[in-house]
Design a protein around this ligand. Sequence first.
Ligand code: G4P
Ligand code: NA
Ligand code: NA
Length: 194
Amino acid sequence: MKLLKEKILQEGIVLSENVLKVDSFLNHQMDPVLMSEIGREFANRFTSESITKVLTIESSGIGPGIMAAMHLQVPLIFARKRKSMTLTDNLLTSSVYSFTKQEDYTISVSSKFITSQDNVLIIDDFLANGQAALGLIDLINEAGAALAGVGIVIEKGFQEGGRVLRERGIKVESLAILKSLKDGNIQFADAATE
Ligand code: G4P
Ligand code: NA
Ligand code: NA
């Protein structure tokens, strides 16, 4: 997605070989116009899949998730990472390992909001090792729902998440795929003009 890649080149800050900071438009301050275009792009890429729900994980998945849900005209559900005072229903839960924090955390969604009738699109801001996406897939499986695919704003192509998901036959659509962050340079897997 050309608009996104231009924004990444203009405002992305390479923190290390492995980490790209994009807090001016995605992870802290959010650009609503760009986010709406991101949502429209996801909706276009998954338009033939008869999606009934979009599923993401708090907090940075919620922006792109709600915009994708708006363009698909379906509800967004965000999985919680912490226990919620009011979320006391029957819960779908999964344990996710964070490589960054080197610890497991539990994600949960009320079973009320994902059922066996649903065809679910997962949206997230980043795809690194894929643990968060795998946890969300667990929740969908627990509910007996179908997985339509995974939409990612920025995939780190040099980490294994994309391969892990695609090897399972999952449709993964990433709007920007980073090939490398070496020497402070942002390189995409395909042309920045696509
Ligand atoms: P994994 O699921 O792929 O194993 O992810 P990991 O634990 O390594 O990532 C932890 C957090 O860091 C996630 O957000 C993830 O989206 C984010 N992240 C991973 N790589 C990058 C990167 O290069 N740049 C940025 N900006 N973020 C990255 P989170 O902790 O769940 O936080 P949030 O959703 O509340 O923002
Ligand atoms: Na995230
Ligand atoms: Na994040």
